[in-house]
Design a protein. Structure first.
Length: 137
């Protein structure tokens, strides 16, 4: 399915879910879907349609590029749990640890050393966890 202005909400949600799964992985999305409640279902639909079905599904940038932009923005804003989630998603986006390091150096210059310092710590922990999980396989 290709993003278009004529898409119905249902089609955009389906595209968003496919994109979300391709970036974050089925296991992550399945856990998030299982935790949905009537309280947050509208929010979950919003991010699936808006973030994943619109922005992440656009043709202008690769998933790797979007991944790096997302990590840098989340790091700059101090959203550490989301940084870790998107570090784990690099397994699916093609962004390498070297790419992430370069993005976080940009964060240091343009958003501040404390933000980058925290993000480097989050990234190191996420990569260590990913390596440990790989060793168990």
């Amino acid at each position: 399915m290709i993003l278009s202005e004529e898409m119905t909400i249902k089609e955009r949600r389906a595209l968003g879910m496919a994109t979300r799964r391709s970036v974050l992985g089925d296991a992550h999305v399945d856990r998030a879907e299982a935790r949905k409640t009537p309280f947050d279902v509208d929010f979950q639909n919003f991010i699936t349609e808006g973030a994943w079905g619109s922005v992440w599904s656009r043709p202008g940038l690769t998933k790797r590029e979007r991944s790096l932009i997302t990590i840098a923005l989340l790091a700059a804003l101090g959203h550490h749990d989301e940084v870790a989630m998107h570090i784990r998603a690099t397994l699916n986006t093609g962004a390498t640890p070297e790419d992430v390091k370069e993005a976080l150096l940009h964060v240091a210059v343009y958003a501040g050393v404390p933000a980058a310092n925290n993000a480097f710590g989050v990234a190191k922990k996420a990569y260590a966890e990913m390596d440990a999980a790989k060793e168990k396989e």
